[in-house]
Design a binder for this molecule. Structure first.
Ligand code: FAD
Length: 463
């Protein structure tokens, strides 16, 4: 018998470590580890508990069980493996520095008891180190990384296990047992079936519109797979195999290009995981070192208004309220709100990152950090500091009928779209007449743009 230790791979199919463990009878286990839960948040833990309940059911329907334990994995896993005579504990690799430290400690503890520990590469098609420049360095520019990623062969999905040991552990805890409140947001359902439904629905049509419609937040036609990829309720090979089917059935060249564009986003995810692997310091530090520190403004009231979705910039507020309502935000709007925080409010990206980490169901260190450092012009292949989004024209371009704004900012639901997108230019009296409950802009975009440029130039030693 071998053990498979589930972590961020809450699925039975297309799971590298589980498939390796399942060459023999497999004992699947999940350990609630307080050191990891400390970094959790209600939406993410709720999604994870859904996924675990479904995974346990999956095993039970096949005559086995998911062994659930709470404690320190350096103690739980050696004890479990020795009690059941398991030769190896398999697990799928994580990428953050903390996770890697934990995995080393667990491997050492297992080996001290004569049990082998085997790490499997699972969550990415291309592991860190497998795509390097000709000089053997990790890429800091996405386009070159993408070309290699695109051309590499991709593995097929792995089969699920057949022989599953029946070793029940403690019952699944509730959110309250784990010390979390119920999430305020309406969090999407976690689990393999929900992931499969999302993928199938996306492949059924929206994927062919992806290139055109992915920047339209009201259309909401992206895959919505991010939380599933983050928690591993679907495997990356399964998703890629879906794109191969879609490519084979693409009705025309444009549709095929849209599939390729979607693959490009899957590659961004891998790119940022590589960045995190090679530069673990980015979790807290700018990837790009500036000559002087950036003198962020960090006004607490402005940051608080941004978090509440009350900046008086409609597209920004709609995004921030979508986050609070659904624990999710559309990608285009994430870019807009992140630019607004770092350039218009001139606040350190780390405030935004911490807020996203608390509220996003799909938060993962690599993508969240990559997204924030991109928007703040501090990261790898980041937005150049002098290209500052104008939140009004972004709204006008990507939500022309202000439908997305109307959905999340009810105070503006009856305001004509042209007024919504020129809110900043209206006078007080007109704003009060149109939507008395909605805030006036808390900053002047033009002024802040100039100040932000000066802030970055000073940090670059260019003033
Ligand atoms: P789709 O457009 O359908 O893309 C498919 C998959 O590709 C996504 O599920 C995701 O895994 C990956 N992907 C898409 N866009 C990106 C991107 N720009 N960078 C990296 N991977 C991408 N994504 C997260 O998964 N977790 C985060 O915590 C996160 N934080 C972000 C913070 C900021 C400031 C920004 C600008 C972006 C962030 N993203 C994050 C990336 C992106 O916004 C989400 O992955 C995407 O909106 C999820 O929706 P989807 O699954 O429908 O995406």
């Amino acid at each position: 018998m071998d053990v498979h230790w589930h972590r961020s791979d809450l699925r039975a199919t297309d799971n590298t470590g589980l498939a390796a463990a399942a060459e023999d009878e497999v004992l699947p286990v999940f350990v609630f580890d307080d050191a990891v839960l400390r970094h959790g948040s209600p939406p993410r833990v709720a999604f994870m508990l859904d996924a675990l309940a479904e995974l346990r059911e999956w095993y039970r329907e096949r005559g086995g069980d998911l062994h659930v334990a709470r404690g320190d994995p350096t103690e739980v896993l050696p004890a479990l493996a020795t009690e059941h005579g398991a030769g190896t504990v398999h697990y799928d690799g994580d990428y953050s520095g903390l996770a890697r430290e934990r995995d080393t400690a667990v491997s050492d503890a297992l080996e001290a008891e004569g049990v082998a520990a085997e790490r499997h590469e699972d969550a990415l098609h291309q592991e860190p180190g497998s795509i390097l420049t000709n000089q053997g360095e990790p890429y800091s520019v996405y386009t070159y990384f993408w070309k290699k990623w695109r051309d590499r062969p991709k593995d097929d999905p792995y089969d699920p296990p057949e022989e599953i040991a029946d070793v029940p552990g403690a019952a699944l805890p509730t959110l309250a047992d784990l010390g979390f409140e119920e999430p305020d947001a309406d969090v999407e359902a976690g689990g393999m079936a929900a992931a499969r439904d999302r993928l199938d629905a996306f492949l059924d049509g929206p994927i062919y519109e992806y290139a055109d419609a992915r920047d339209d937040p009201a259309a909401d036609n992206t895959s919505r797979l991010s939380a599933h990829l983050r928690w591993g309720t679907i495997g990356p090979r399964d998703v890629y195999a879906g794109t191969e089917r879609a490519m084979a059935e693409a009705p025309d060249d444009d549709a095929g290009e849209a599939v390729e564009e979607f693959r490009g986003e899957l590659a961004w995810r891998e790119f940022y995981h590589h960045v995190l692997h090679f530069h673990p310091r980015v979790v807290t530090e700018n990837y790009n070192e500036y000559e002087e520190g950036i003198a962020w403004r960090d006004d607490p009231e402005e940051i608080a208004a941004w978090k509440r979705g009350e900046t008086g910039y409609p597209i920004v507020d709609a995004g921030m309220r979508q986050l609070l309502d659904e624990a999710y935000m559309h990608n285009r709007v994430r870019m807009i709100v992140a630019s607004f925080l770092t350039k218009d409010l001139m606040a350190d990206w780390r405030h935004g990152y911490a807020h996203f980490r608390e509220h996003l169901v799909d938060h993962n260190t690599a993508n969240d950090n990559g997204g924030w450092q991109w928007a703040a012009s501090t990261g790898t292949d980041a937005q150049p500091y002098f290209r500052i989004f104008n939140p009004m024209s972004q709204g006008e371009r990507h939500d022309p009928d202000a439908e997305y704004v109307a959905e999340y900012v009810p105070e503006l639901a009856d305001v004509p779209a042209d007024k919504v997108h020129s809110w900043h230019e209206l006078d007080h009296a007109e704003r009060n007449r149109l939507a008395p409950e909605y805030p006036h802009p808390i900053v002047d975009h033009g002024e802040r743009r100039d100040e932000a440029l000066a802030m970055f130039k000073r940090a670059r030693g260019e003033d």
